[in-house]
Ligand binder design. Sequence first.
Ligand SMILES: *Cc1c(COP(=O)(O)O)cnc(C)c1O
Length: 450
Amino acid sequence: MSPFDIEKLAAQFPLIRSLMNLEPVTWFNPAATTLAAGLAYVGLTEADVTQAEQRLQNFAPYLVRAFPETAASSGIIESDLVPLPHLRSTLNQHYGVELGGQLLLKMDSHLPISGSIKARGGIYEVLTHAERLATDVGKLRPGDDYGKLFSEEFQQFFSRYSIAVGSTGNLGLSIGIISAKLGFRVSVHMSADAREWKKNKLREHGVNVVEYADDYAVAVAQGRREAARDPQCFFIDDENSRTLFLGYAVAGGRLKQQFAELKLPVDAEHPLFVYLPCGVGGGPGGVAFGLKLAFGDHVHCIFAEPTHSPCMLLGVHTGLHEGINVQDLGIDNLTAADGLAVGRASGFVGRAMERLLMAFYTLSDAEMFTLLGLLERDEHIKLEPSALAGMAGPWRMAAAAAQLAARGIDAKAMAEATHLVWATGGGMVPADEMMKYLSVAKLKIACGLG
Ligand SMILES: *Cc1c(COP(=O)(O)O)cnc(C)c1O
């Protein structure tokens, strides 16, 4: 039973009807404002992000030793930018709209250690916790070489503590891998959507995987409960954690540097549009915060969600935030985009970021699979379904000239814009799983769906 009078709610917010009918929607956020006006509501500052950057720098020598695959980037976990020239012409035809400007993919899908955007926030939060524990007992001091954490001695120290987290898969993967490597005992509470291979991979790392037949909200609640019983256990709160959020936000300054290297301008004449797949909201919210700090008012952040899990759109649009979930509207929260299968958005992220996000949209699973197949066919890049949610975004914007013009972005600026699609995961998907995704995608493409 829904605690809401849906008729009344839908009368007040007609868009809800489209959400209930699972129609793909694009919603321009009327509360979007300038960075100067919106920043105060975030509750975090540029100094907080700088501190997170510094902490990750301090941990770089540890990461190089513990995860040799990070040696090439000197222990900094960062992803590449790649152009998509072939997919671009395919999608111009597919959507019947010509996209102007540049189109780039941000390959968080191939971040080292855990192959998803969660390698930003999840790893940062565990490192922060480890630093606090070791500092409190005087085992670690400011200025120390953090490389020393990669040792028997520190592993034994951390084994006295445990970490718990609830996850649809990728957050568990990132937190499980880094926690186990440091020496923590770690439990990952997995929702029913979580893929079997993610659970198996975690077990290989010695992680305690607890499975639920229910959705993400239940897995999180159980994780929270278990942690509350054990004073040595630290619960990583995906719905409310400022630390996770800051780990994601570091992406902003890093992207600014990458743009400088590519001599890509971002200003009124060259706006930057960034398309971010959204689950509970911490990943895209934190990245968007970092992007706003780095680029200011000419970066426009757009969140993408499955038609079956439009939790952030619902929370921000109604102003009810975590007070409503998609199930309250009779929406089932069932999607192949497992990273986005979240029914109730983070109220912290919604309230922090609602003035700094330009638009939200939803797309069907069929559309995500079509995009997955076309990206593989045209560019030979393999992503998991969640990571394709952002790919529809540039063409949604290209088709919204009037709304953009009303926000001071005219056709001339659109011709010079950069569209950046944030590819949030897929780098660790096993070959046989990817084959299954691709065969679903081929069917959708053959049927002309999505
Ligand atoms: C977790 C995840 C997201 C969304 O991040 P949230 O913090 O849950 O909003 C997007 N894509 C993938 C692949 C993810 O794993």
